[in-house]
Design a protein around this ligand. Structure first.
Ligand code: FES
Length: 116
């Protein structure tokens, strides 16, 4: 499916290290909130809304194993796969990210961005 890329960090504006390793941040992309995760190897993007009870994952934390920890009840989601812990039995959507020479981009399926 065709994708559209949105620049979420511009290195010229935000610097080359706009987010620390093992951290999360909520990013608003034209009204859609995603949780942007920076790990040691790359950036990852997942849904910002926790499927358990709707908390914002971007206000949580990220542990050294790349698990995003919800700030409310501490459910965990893998930043790379979106999978929750086995005992949770849930998941969050993941989104393609690209780090280019000029910044960091997150992509959405054409189906999503055409309706906004
Ligand atoms: S709202 Fe996220 S774990 Fe409950």
């Amino acid at each position: 499916m065709p994708k559209k890329f949105f620049k979420v960090y511009d290195f010229a504006e935000h610097g080359n290290e706009p987010q620390t390793i093992n951290s999360v941040r909520t990013i608003d992309i034209e009204g859609k909130r995603i949780c942007l995760v920076r790990l040691s190897d790359s950036y990852y993007a997942i849904d910002d809304t926790c499927p358990h009870a709707g908390a914002r994952l971007g206000l949580g934390k990220c542990d050294e194993n790349g698990m995003v920890i919800c700030p409310i009840h501490r459910y965990k989601y893998d930043a790379k796969t979106g999978r929750g812990l086995p005992q949770q039995g849930d998941f969050v959507n993941t989104y393609v990210t690209e780090t280019r020479t000029d910044g960091v981009y997150v992509a959405f399926d054409k189906k999503w961005w055409q309706i906004f």
